[in-house]
Design a protein around this ligand. Structure first.
Ligand code: CA
Length: 517
């Protein structure tokens, strides 16, 4: 009798726990949790998940099983874009503005009031916002705008930033994620890359050796063998405990420093790529990639273990294309982005097309592919719509369009839209293909690139020629004229910064004034 009463008690306890669990997940927290998993400098093909019509040699080289897993649960975007470099993409993402509009058209130096543009013989610098994003008005050379993490926080979200920030220079409010709407910030500051990925180096904080790139906040790992990617993952997971326990919806911006240079091997995965026959530089990059992928898997496992995976949206994205030229801190190029042309810094597809995946349980159909073109400023209206936030005020006019209609129906069509890229800057001292002083527009399958150096224009049919190998401008003058006019009209509307021609003292002509060359 005693035993059966105990059994009954256990049964009732279990029943009540189940009831509490169901009621809390279904009723108490209606708003979804949202994670943006942002990778740094990862190329479109730097994954075992194919984003093209066929599997490429790069797909065969890399191992990213958790990206494959995420794609099985969600929507793979094959025409997702960012800007050619870090800060413009990160500012576009959280403000919803195109880079030509917010005018942070190049990466921001961590140093206060220092432009990262290289000097040039032909051009004087454009007046771009080289200090980055600011949540306050009146900060010189910044774009004053409202971030969506701030709007999420205002709506009751627990907002967390972990990893690389790189929104603004030191000495300005935008340098700290705390001022951009995040309740918690771990390891994010003004710098765009880590001094070191190794805990043995204190991530760049060894006494007497610290620089602006020393990664903050991770003291408890110093001297251990915890690679930076792993430390950020462990810390990100820790930050989720409280909001999950409190049933408060959370937004996590998990922005890895990987796979930006310095090219340092994640020791957990390095040897397998050496055994696979890669050279050490390539193996280091592949190991950095797989460490990032493991982080994605660890986060997904944690959400499942905590039974919040069905109420958590995950958006996977990279901020620009793979670095296909000599890295700034030495070594040889470690990726090529093939079949795409060029890489980081370029408005060619290799610089801007990104691996993007969205898992939205119960809304987006698993294992589907969306081929509509989308761009990183679309994150702003998308995330707010996902969070059910409809009425909000922003300082800025938002250029991005919500991707929610595509996520609800991957066959949703909207062919009228144009996308824009604008680099009135000298990112590298060498003018490689598509690099430095370029603007571009994509409308439908056509893409036009305007070369500010000589006024020339390239026209590509991306459907037939994803590698941008055949310039079709000469045989399609009407299309060149149409896209030049659209590009010029948009740049004028946004008052986009243009370089100054030293010989005339005037800005570079708009693309519709440059004629057809
Ligand atoms: Ca980047």
């Amino acid at each position: 009798m005693k035993l059966s009463r105990l059994k009954l008690q256990r049964f009732l306890l279990n029943f009540s726990l189940i009831f509490v669990s169901i009621s809390s997940s279904v009723y108490a927290q209606k708003k979804p949790n949202i994670i943006v998993f942002l990778v740094d400098d990862m190329g479109w093909q730097d994954t075992s998940l194919p984003f093209w019509t066929e599997k490429t040699p790069l797909n065969a080289r890399y191992h990213t099983p958790n990206m494959e897993r995420l794609a099985k649960d969600g929507v793979k975007f094959t025409n997702a874009y960012a800007t050619p470099v870090c800060t413009p993409s990160r500012v576009s993402m959280i403000t919803g503005m195109n880079a030509a509009h917010h005018k942070v058209t190049n990466w921001t130096s961590p140093q206060y009031h220092v432009s990262s543009d290289n000097a040039d013989e032909q051009f004087a610098p454009a007046s771009w916002n080289y200090t980055g994003l600011s949540p306050k008005a009146g900060i010189p050379n910044t774009i004053h705008a409202t971030s969506y993490p701030q709007l999420l926080k205002d709506a009751g979200y627990f907002t967390i930033h972990v990893g690389k920030a790189h929104w603004a220079s030191v000495g300005t409010p935008g340098a700290s994620p705390y001022n951009l709407g995040f309740i918690l910030n771990i390891a994010g500051h003004a710098a765009g890359h880590p001094q070191s990925y190794f805990a043995q180096d204190y991530y760049g904080n060894k006494p007497g050796k610290s620089t602006m790139q020393s990664v903050p906040d991770l003291e408890e790992y110093y001297g251990s063998d915890t690679f930076l990617t792993e430390a950020l993952t462990l810390e990100a997971i820790k930050t989720l405990e409280a909001p999950i326990k409190n049933k408060q919806p959370f937004y996590l911006n998990l922005a890895h420093y990987a796979v930006h240079d310095p090219l340092q091997a994640d020791p957990r995965f390095y040897q397998k790529y050496i055994d696979q026959g890669l050279d050490p530089q390539e193996a280091k990059y592949a190991a950095l990639l797989e460490g990032m992928d493991k982080s994605l898997g660890d986060v997904m496992d944690y959400l499942k273990a905590k039974q919040v995976d069905q109420n958590t949206i995950i958006i996977f994205m990279s901020d620009n294309g793979g670095l296909s030229m000599t890295p700034p801190r030495g070594g040889v190029a470690h990726t090529q982005n093939l079949p795409l042309k060029a890489g980081k810094g370029s408005v060619n597809e290799g610089g801007i097309r990104e691996p993007m995946i969205v898992k939205w349980p119960g809304v987006a159909k698993p294992a589907t592919t969306a081929s509509q073109y989308v761009i990183i400023e679309d994150f702003f209206p998308t995330v707010l719509e996902m969070a059910g936030i409809k009425h909000y005020k922003t300082v800025q006019h938002v250029d991005g369009k919500s991707m929610v209609p595509i996520l609800k129906n991957v066959n949703y069509t909207d062919n009228q839209r144009s996308l824009y890229w604008h680099t009135p800057n000298k990112w590298t001292s060498k003018d490689g293909p598509g690099i430095n002083y370029k603007s571009a527009i994509r409308k439908g399958d056509w893409k036009l690139i305007y070369n500010m150096r000589d006024g020339s224009k390239d026209l590509y049919d991306l459907k037939a020629d994803i590698g941008e190998l055949e310039n079709k401008a000469a045989e399609n003058p009407e299309k060149v004229e149409e896209l030049s006019a659209l590009l010029a009209a948009q740049l004028k509307k946004w008052d986009a910064p243009m370089p100054i021609v030293k010989s005339t003292g005037k800005p570079v002509p708009m693309p519709d004034q440059a004629g057809i060359k």
